[in-house]
Design a protein around this ligand. Structure first.
Ligand code: GNR
Ligand code: NI
Length: 170
């Protein structure tokens, strides 16, 4: 396993649409393992393959944030939101690709997500709470969408300019 570098806004890869994964082979399983290591190291509760420069539809997450809790890593290949609740919830989100910026985002409170697990077996997860937030945030990444796309234009433009300037100076 190896930790990978996380791309930072305004890296153009973060704005591309990721391709479906045709077969789940050792390369995909190794990528998932690397992503979990990178996520735990960050630390974060989720990570999408485009954030490590791979434009394929793979996400990982672990919302067992309690220090004492057993790790609960999830690997989701080709995840699809099959249903979303009418009810919404506001959560203060952050993103490893937009360091040190937090903002409230409104999303459906619960979602049903279909995906393939690391063995290629179809699975469905009914998520609410933090897992629902995390899955929606990660699936957005697969479509080139960032959580700042869900906040006010004023705030989005302010943070986009700040990161563009930081990239110029780096
Ligand atoms: O680590 C993360 N925390 C987080 C907090 C609130 C809502 C979403 C997230 S996901 C984020 C890691 C990340 O950037 N995944 O793409
Ligand atoms: Ni993110």
């Amino acid at each position: 396993m190896a930790k990978r570098d996380i791309l930072i806004l305004p890296d153009p890869v973060l704005r591309k649409v990721a391709a479906p994964i045709a077969d789940i082979d050792d390369r995909i399983r190794a990528l998932a393992a690397d992503m979990l290591e990178t996520m735990y190291e960050a630390p974060g509760i989720g990570l999408a393959a485009p954030q490590v420069g791979v434009l394929e539809r793979l996400i990982v997450c672990d919302v067992a944030t309690d220090e004492d809790a057993e790790p609960a890593p999830m690997v989701l290949v080709n995840p699809v939101i099959e249903a979303a609740s009418e009810e919404t919830k506001v959560y203060e989100e952050g993103c490893l690709s937009i360091p040190e910026f937090l903002e409230e985002v409104t999303r459906p409170a619960a979602v049903r997500v279909a995906y393939l697990d690391r063995d290629g077996t179809p699975q469905v997860v009914e998520a609410d709470g933090l897992l629902a937030v995390c899955l929606q945030h990660e699936i957005d990444h697969l479509n080139g969408v960032l959580f700042i796309d869900h906040i006010s234009r004023l705030k989005r433009e302010r943070i986009t300019k700040k990161f563009a300037k930081q990239a110029r100076l780096a």
